[in-house]
Design a protein around this ligand. Structure first.
Ligand SMILES: Cc1cc2nc3c(=O)[nH]c(=O)nc-3n(C[C@H](O)[C@H](O)[C@H](O)COP(=O)(O)OP(=O)(O)OC[C@H]3O[C@@H](n4cnc5c(N)ncnc54)[C@H](O)[C@@H]3O)c2cc1C
Length: 310
């Protein structure tokens, strides 16, 4: 681990354990955790950082298994300087990358802007762009206008939708770019109606998904990937949970990791799972689903960092 990092105005923490920052509560330490004070602090740091040191942005790690051996280099987690949310009555919303999706949805609804789909997604806006987050047929790609970001060399850039190649639960944020804020434009509506829609969405989740467990939501992408119209979505017929059920894997376990009894495409940490338990369970599910139905499930959850040394 290098000890020569640029001076910053934010916080740089060496050897920072990551599990408490992640939804699954697993994973080793990052060599460094950088929490920049603002976009200038982030840009100066990246410009002055040895180009050989890897850098990884994270949101709230609601779509990430951090491996037990931790993350080499610098993990960037944006906080207070990046969670401003500005709304406009024409339907435009500008949110910092660290603003939580749920806060953005609520603030937008108060201003009469329909970003209801974000209400039940537990990530932050930077991660929502990277993952093209969405549910019930609406995706970040549908409301995205542009994103501001900082390159690995420390230059400020603006990205439009064409540069992000949105597809089903993914996008192509250029390598090294950290998104700092996002401009969206959505239909307008009555605040009361939007509030009721958000409550309905929350109720629907409670009934069908283990929302109180430690998970990352869907473990695998739905196998078809795209609807017949070519639009990237997850409302098509072949569901990952169904092929997992068909292979008899609802409730399957490895150590403290389990495919949820409530929703078989949700992998949960029942309490003492390691990242290795979770990843091994996922690979066993992929293998058995392939043997059962010749369908190759693709991970939706990202796996990052290094395996623990034996
Ligand atoms: C209970 C539950 C339900 C869920 N339901 C849904 C759902 O309905 N729909 C859905 O789409 N997802 C769902 N998810 C998954 C997850 O919430 C989304 O993928 C979310 O968008 C991830 O955001 P994050 O901030 O946690 O990103 P992280 O998990 O921290 O990171 C995800 C990826 O984005 C990158 N990234 C993060 N921030 C930035 C940035 N500022 N700049 C560049 N890259 C960045 C990371 O490097 C990583 O590659 C669910 C998760 C849970 C736990």
């Amino acid at each position: 681990m290098t000890d020569k990092l640029p001076t910053v105005r934010g916080t740089l923490t060496p050897n920072r354990p990551m599990a408490d920052l992640s939804w699954l509560r697993v994973g080793g330490a990052a060599d460094w955790l950088f929490q920049p004070a603002d976009a200038d602090d982030l840009a100066d740091f990246l410009r002055d950082l040895d180009p050989g040191i890897p850098v990884m942005p994270i949101g709230v790690c609601s779509n990430m298994i951090i491996r037990d051996g931790g993350i080499r280099g610098v993990v960037v987690r944006m906080g207070r300087g990046f969670n401003d949310i500005k709304t406009n009555s024409d339907g435009t919303v500008v949110a910092g990358a660290a603003a939580l999706d749920a806060h953005v949805a609520r603030k937008a609804a108060q201003a009469g802007v329909d970003l209801v789909f974000l209400r039940t997604i537990p990530g932050a806006i930077g991660g929502a762009v990277k993952m093209n987050a969405g549910c019930y047929g609406v995706y970040m790609a549908d409301v995205f206008v542009s994103a501001s970001g900082i390159t690995r060399e420390g230059k400020a850039i603006t990205l439009n939708a064409d540069q992000l190649g949105f597809s089903y639960r993914s996008s192509t944020v250029p390598a090294g770019v950290i998104i700092t804020s996002v401009t969206m434009k959505a239909p307008t509506g009555e605040p009361d109606v939007l509030e009721a829609k958000m409550q309905n969405a929350l109720d629907a989740r409670e009934k069908s998904q283990p929302t109180k467990e430690r998970s990352c939501g869907s473990t695998f992408r739905n196998p078809a990937g795209f609807s017949s119209t070519g639009k990237a979505d997850d409302v098509h017929d072949l569901k990952a949970w169904k092929v997992i059920d068909d292979a008899g894997l609802r409730g399957a376990r490895v150590g403290g990791a389990q495919m949820s009894e409530m929703h078989s495409n949700f992998m949960i940490n029942t309490g003492d799972a390691t990242a290795a338990d979770l990843e091994q369970l996922g690979e066993e599910v992929r293998k058995k689903v392939y043997e059962n139905a010749q369908i190759q499930l693709e991970w939706e959850i990202m796996r990052v960092g290094e395996f623990a040394k034996e």
